[in-house]
Design a protein around this ligand. Sequence first.
Ligand code: ADP
Length: 465
Amino acid sequence: MRAPLFLLFLVIGLLPMILQRFVMNRSFQQTQIDGRVIEVQNQCLITSDRLTRAEYLLSPGRDALLNKELDTIADIFNGRIVIVDQNFRIVKDTFKLAEGKINVSEPVMRCFQGENSMLREDEKQYFAVTAPIYDNTADRNIVGVLLTIASTENILSNVDSVEEKARFFTIVAFLMLVIAGALLASLLVRPFDHLQASLDRMAEGSMGENVSENTYRETKKISEAIQKTKTKLQTIDQSREEFVANVSHELKTPITSIRVLADSLMSMEEAPVELYREFMSDISDEIDRESKIVDDLLSMVKMDQSVAELNVSQVDINALVQQILKRLGPIADKRNVELIYESIREVKADVDETKLSLAISNLVENAIKYNVDNGWVRVTLDADHKYFYIRVADSGIGIPEDKQEHVFERFYRVDKARSRETGGTGLGLAITKNVVLMHYGAIRLLSKEGEGSTFTVRIPLTYIY
Ligand code: ADP
């Protein structure tokens, strides 16, 4: 970014400088020459008027003073004055080269015809102006022509010297522009350099520092985005650590119980068979628990891996829900919980049958588990043109408001002891939410402590790949 900015400044700075020099040079030279032409023309008219009044052409050699004056004027203009009489004969030449010769040049001829002309030869660095000389009669006949040739050489050399000075200033200005451009470019880019340095430090592992570069709106926005990403990364990191700690803890708990049970059996001499049986049954329960945790973990890890693993097909959702309720019926019966199924319409949708079945089972199982004896669980299936909705409502213990946002987290349990009693792993709702999200759906919870909970799942009827 620095180099393009620097170049941009140079171009922006140089362009007007070059244009100005080009235009100024041209016009300066032009005005200088134009000024000199007007000056010579005026002088030429004044002199021709004097020559007329002095009747110079009657005897050109006589008026020595006038001749001297003509020489002086020619010198001043660094030029030459030539006077031509009626017969086109040169009667006066300040260079003394052409006296007596004939001059029928175009400007002279045109002047005799009453037309004041000017001939300009920029290449040859001179110009020529003419002025008529009249006789002193009332008719004012043109009896001669005053031809003044002036050199522009000294003007051009003046222009050259001015140009040389201008060139010097241009070089100085250019150097200043280069320095200013480089400074400005690096100044403008500096906030981005700071950001880059912060990012480099973050990449090296220093996550502690805050990234805040508020010089420009853009850098402020980038800083905020970096800060957000950093917080997210930190949260992910933290939750990963927590997850590993939780997994280890969860896996260890049944093993510890098994060990305690086995140790106490072993420490007893000649324990009765009933006690053995009871302890073995407890050990078997703990093994079941362990295996459930492992199963849940495996299904969760699988779901985390990739969405592409969804095995989508058209599924009769009514049949699916009925099947789940049938399977869970015996568990509900144990606590005399009534399972009610309400199907508002037939629903067929593109879903992964196994995964969705697992997700809905978790919800219904929870509704039974966290219910009261003789309670009820109502499962409602409905659909509109875009989505189908499965609502699982129960008359159970409900979830306190401040805990509701956490229940979808892995290993989160509102009441650890109760959940353990009922064989919960704390992974059920996390798995359900994952499945719903994989189907581009949403899950919502409404609950009041002591009154019951309602989980509503919304999933699109057609799966968009
Ligand atoms: P668990 O395996 O412990 O049931 P879940 O992830 O399925 O884990 O649920 C997380 C926690 O949310 C549960 O421990 C329980 O405290 C609470 N919970 C879930 N469903 C309900 C419900 N229908 N009624 C009351 N509490 C519930």
